[in-house]
Design a binder for this molecule. Sequence first.
Ligand code: ADP
Ligand code: MG
Length: 302
Amino acid sequence: MMIQINNLVKKFDDFTALDGVNMNVEKGAVYGLVGPNGAGKSTLIRHITGVMRQDAGEVFIDGEPVYENARIKGQMAYIPDDMFYFLQSDTINMMHYYKGMYPNFDEKQFYRMQEFFPSIDVKRNIRKLSKGMQKQVAFWLALCCKPKLIVLDEPVDGLDPVMRRQIWSIMLDDVAVNNTTVVVSSHNLRELEDVCDHVGILNNGKIMIERSLTELQGNISKIQIACPYGMPKIPQDFKVLHMSNIGRVYTVIVRGEPDAVVKAITDGKDSPQVVDVLPLTLEEIFIYEMGGEDYEVKDIIY
Ligand code: ADP
Ligand code: MG
């Protein structure tokens, strides 16, 4: 495990911001931490990065407690939501500052990567760059630290879609090559849709659900059926989570592995004419996965 968090509690006076968080992030995972504003994402991230000290519970990074652990912090890059410290100087100076702080900093890589950021004037004060450019510089320098773990707090908030895609593609190429672990927070699940292979949903200071994408996708199926004889009959082994239709074409979301569900549906004598397996979006998966619970999932992840 790259990150293991057990029963983490953090209070601000009498307000409990983290209320017994359990979280596990495998090495090489791109883990999306999703939750509404105020859920505690930034607070949790400040514990993962060893900025804050917990009131109770444990935070292990690569097997070691992270608080006041210089060795672990030297292998971790953190892009905070405010980037306040970052706005003091220009990119070149910042690069030298990082070089001094991070033992694995790769200056050659910094210059190699410059071609990805043609719009950045590296001698201009970072404060004077656009918000999107500031984020680009932050990503750029973070990758040059050659970290084992990158932690990003709402990194693409306020960026246009083109910039977002560009930043993610640079980032994901790099982390795939180096098997870097990434934790990225967002208040919007959709934002992380194409990026993450693991998702944890944080609400009211607790991780409500933590899943890998393969685990999620294998266990839930969205199937479209043309059914001339009315509602399709789904064998009882498969729990129907949702069914809708337009005329004779039914869309069903069923708990179960797609091939098995299709086989079961097409087995009967009045078997339907057309069966299509459709991809589920992350939001659909979570909505139906948690549909039976007594909270409105949509309110939590958008
Ligand atoms: P998120 O990043 O998910 O929006 P935060 O972790 O920033 O949530 O905040 C979680 C809750 O903790 C909020 O209610 C916030 O007001 C409170 N909080 C965060 N930091 C502090 C602090 N330093 N002092 C007091 N309350 C705080
Ligand atoms: Mg936050």
